[in-house]
Design a protein around this ligand. Structure first.
Ligand code: NDP
Length: 315
């Protein structure tokens, strides 16, 4: 049978390119888990993904209720789950004030981390059940949360501190809307959320890899300067960013190439090692990359896991 892979945020950018790359092999049914059903259907058609290779299911990660509903719908479909890709994200670099999810969490961390945290915890049982030989849970990371790289040192830097804002509910009411308890900064909130993504992947690996055989992985696919991620940025930034990445930092990668990279992490038998943060060198070969000190801090990963469990109602 074909493999079943859920990809969140598959209605544009990296998620869509990955859905296309997997569907084209004819070996995958891609479940596009998207907040805008019509946009996802249109995107799949426009990308030329054949009908028999994808299914769109509604998922809004900015609502825990919607995450529960998605999981119910998926279970009722009777499809086995072989791979889950947590890809969706929002980036709000110019926001002056925080905005919030349905449950009142700051939107970037609420969507990128907490929504995905609940989703992957609820779907872990489905992954455990499948007979598929290579079951994987992939959480898309980023270099921007990685302070051991040049790009990761562009201010404002990611820093989760002692998680006091997160522990306080991240709601901007009684507590701060930032994980470290500081003042709201949209660019930093995104980077913090990506550090959470990478810490979560490693904590999953430590807790569940041996027992379940599931491969847990994260990756930095390269700088995909033309995706919708930068839609909230100022116009001049959006004009200058792609050539800057192409010619100055040389970190630029097309959506198509980035999609092929993530598709490798989904299905390539040689990328089956668990607990790895994959990156690609200039000749597009994958290698196991190092994470920054904070993004590989085991104690912080454990604490993040426990605080997140409380916030999403699992503990
Ligand atoms: P896009 O903005 O193109 O894609 C993000 C996707 O997330 C969209 O499909 C969007 O849906 C979806 N999304 C946003 N909010 C929600 C929500 N509440 N519920 C469900 N889906 C949601 O950006 P990219 O393709 O660039 O980003 C994909 C991943 O790649 C992210 O994890 C990002 O951090 C990572 N990444 C990107 C890099 C880059 O240079 N672009 C570099 C490194 C990592 P909709 O279509 O409805 O807006």
């Amino acid at each position: 049978r074909k493999g079943n892979a859920i990809i969140t945020g598959a209605s544009s950018g990296l998620g869509l390119a990955t859905a296309k790359a997997l569907a084209e092999t004819g070996k995958w049914n891609v479940i596009m888990a998207c907040r805008n059903f019509l946009k996802a259907e249109k995107a799949a058609k426009a990308a030329g993904i054949a009908k028999e290779n994808y299914t769109v299911m509604h998922l809004d990660l900015a609502s825990l209720e919607s995450v529960h509903q998605f999981v119910d719908t998926f279970r009722r479909s009777g499809m086995p789950l072989d791979v889950l890709v947590c890809n969706a994200a929002v980036y709000l670099p110019t926001a002056k004030e925080p905005t919030f999810t349905a449950e009142g969490f700051e939107l970037s961390v609420g969507t990128n981390h907490l929504g995905h945290f609940l989703l992957s915890r609820l779907l872990l049982d489905e992954l455990k059940k499948t007979e598929y030989p290579q079951k994987r849970l992939i959480i898309v990371g980023s270099i921007t949360g990685n302070t051991n790289t040049l790009a990761g040192n562009v201010p404002p830097k990611a820093n989760l501190g002692d998680l006091r804002g997160l522990a306080g509910g991240l709601n901007g009411l009684g507590s701060s809307s930032m994980i470290d308890g500081g003042d709201f900064d949209g660019a930093k909130a995104y980077k913090d959320s990506k550090v959470c993504n990478m810490l979560t992947m490693q904590e999953f690996h430590r807790r569940y890899h041996e027992e379940t055989g599931i491969t847990f992985a994260s990756l930095y696919p390269g700088c995909i300067a033309e995706t919708g991620l930068f839609r909230e940025h100022v116009p001049l930034f959006r004009i200058l960013f792609p050539p800057f990445q192409k010619y100055i930092t040389k970190g630029y990668v097309s959506e198509e190439e980035a999609g092929k990279r993530l598709a490798q992490v989904v299905s390539d038998p040689s990328l089956s090692k668990s607990g790895v943060y994959w990156s690609w060198n200039k000749s597009s070969s994958s290698f196991e990359n190092q994470l920054s000190k904070e993004a590989s801090d085991e104690e912080k990963a454990r604490k993040l896991w426990e605080v997140s469990e409380k916030l999403v109602g699992l503990a």
